[in-house]
Design a protein around this ligand. Structure first.
Ligand SMILES: *Cc1c(COP(=O)(O)O)cnc(C)c1O
Length: 400
């Protein structure tokens, strides 16, 4: 396997890099599933070795906040799947976002970001970072030149989500990467919606990929976790400077759940996407639906860009219903199969209202500016039989 990539993506998801098998072969343990190293600390062979590990002259596991074999197995695999040099697994997507910003910026620095972001990230940028003296300019991500215009001498990070939650606005990653590079700022792409199966930001020129692994990577609605992928140098800095001090590391058990999720990622993503396209088409022709936002539809304003930088369109759909917010409420209160819940990327189909739930951190004026209509309903299409999901939406829409 050294350096080359003889296996296709789905095979890599199932077999990983066989990281721990290397060690297992030396011992009478041949676990097919990566073991959960549920240990907070690791014994030193001698006082000298302990001192050397702490001094950084010798490597080795010593404390789970700074490394654990189950966590390493996940990080090794994620780095591989994202074509990055290294990865860092964290307790949540927000822990990943906070770690990334604190690794790049100090008081007085500046971040340029797309203006449509997950509500928690928007809150981090508008509420918490200003308290630390870090300023953020949010721009319309559809035009790369908006990023160029917002750069200052203090810009230390460019941060985008593509496709963005919940408007499914795309960023031309290659174009923005060029602009960021010219300004000397790293580009981070939140790749949660696509996963590495459909999009590899680093291949498009970005420096860091971020995942809320709570979503498609975990895939079963049972884990909260986050992942960063980047250069070895940057990940080392994030781990040994930022995470060492602020914590936020993933637990060995959650790392194991994500390793398990990765094994079926391509199969799940294919079905999420097939189902989503069929549902998007159904909604497009429904008389009670006024707009359907799905990058896989030719009517999506950035469909060509989606085709260019993604290998698939994913399972997220946003749509507007005739009758506005009140009508959307009727749909959400009358679904029987779909679950009224936030989060996304689960095996179950989830339905929610961005303006009052995931994106309630946006003010009314901000919602309007970034195009999160009060009537917008967000659907995370699950793995049920698509006929059943459509039948459920049809009966709920009929109640309007
Ligand atoms: C959910 C989400 C996050 C935050 O992740 P958590 O795991 O909930 O902390 C960040 N970005 C996107 C796009 C998300 O959907």
């Amino acid at each position: 396997m050294s350096g080359k990539r003889p296996w296709k993506f789905a095979t890599l998801c199932v077999h990983g890099k066989k990281h721990l098998d290397k060690h297992a072969a030396e011992r009478p343990i041949r676990a097919v599933s990566t073991p959960i190293f549920q240990s907070s600390t690791f014994a030193f062979e001698s006082a000298e070795q302990g001192a050397a590990i702490f001094a950084g002259t010798e490597t080795g596991y010593f404390y789970t906040r700074l490394g654990n074999p189950t966590q390493t197995a996940l990080e090794t695999e994620m780095a591989y799947l994202e074509n990055g040099q290294a990865a860092l697994a964290l307790a949540s997507g927000m822990a990943a976002a906070t770690t990334a910003v604190l690794t790049c910026c100090v008081a007085g620095d500046h971040v340029v970001s797309g203006d449509t972001l997950y509500g928690g990230t928007h809150q981090l940028f508008t509420h918490t970072l200003p308290k630390l003296g870090i300023s953020v300019t949010e721009v319309d991500a559809r035009d790369p030149q908006n990023f160029a215009r917002a750069m200052t001498r203090k810009t230390r990070l460019v941060y985008v989500e593509s496709p963005a939650n919940p408007t499914l606005v795309l960023t031309d990653i290659a174009a923005v990467a060029k602009i960021a590079r010219q300004a000397g700022a790293p580009l981070l792409v939140d790749n949660t919606f696509c996963t590495p199966y459909y999009q590899n930001p680093l291949d498009l020129g970005a420096d860091i990929a971020l995942h809320s692994a709570t979503k498609y990577i975990g895939g079963h609605g049972d884990t909260v976790a986050g992942i960063l992928v980047g250069s070895t140098e940057w990940i080392q800095k994030a781990r040994f400077e930022t995470v060492r001090d602020v914590g936020g590391i993933i637990s060995p058990f959650n790392a194991w759940l994500l390793l398990r999720g990765l094994k079926t990622l391509p199969v799940r993503m294919d079905r999420h996407s097939e189902n989503a396209l069929e549902i998007a088409n159904f909604l497009s022709y429904h008389p009670k639906v006024t707009d359907v936002i799905y990058p896989g539809l030719r009517t999506h304003s950035q469909h060509d860009l989606a085709r260019r930088q993604q290998r698939g369109f994913g399972g997220m759909i946003s749509f507007l219903v005739k009758g506005g917010r009140e009508a959307g409420r009727v749909v959400m209160n009358n679904v029987e199969l779909c679950t009224l819940a936030v989060s996304l990327g689960d095996v179950d189909t989830l339905i929610e209202h961005p303006a009052t739930m995931t994106h309630s951190t946006y003010s009314e004026a901000e919602l309007k500016k970034v195009g999160i209509d009060p009537a917008m309903v967000r659907l995370s299409v699950g793995l049920e039989d698509v006929d059943d999901i459509i039948a459920d939406l049809r009966q709920a829409l009929a109640r309007i």
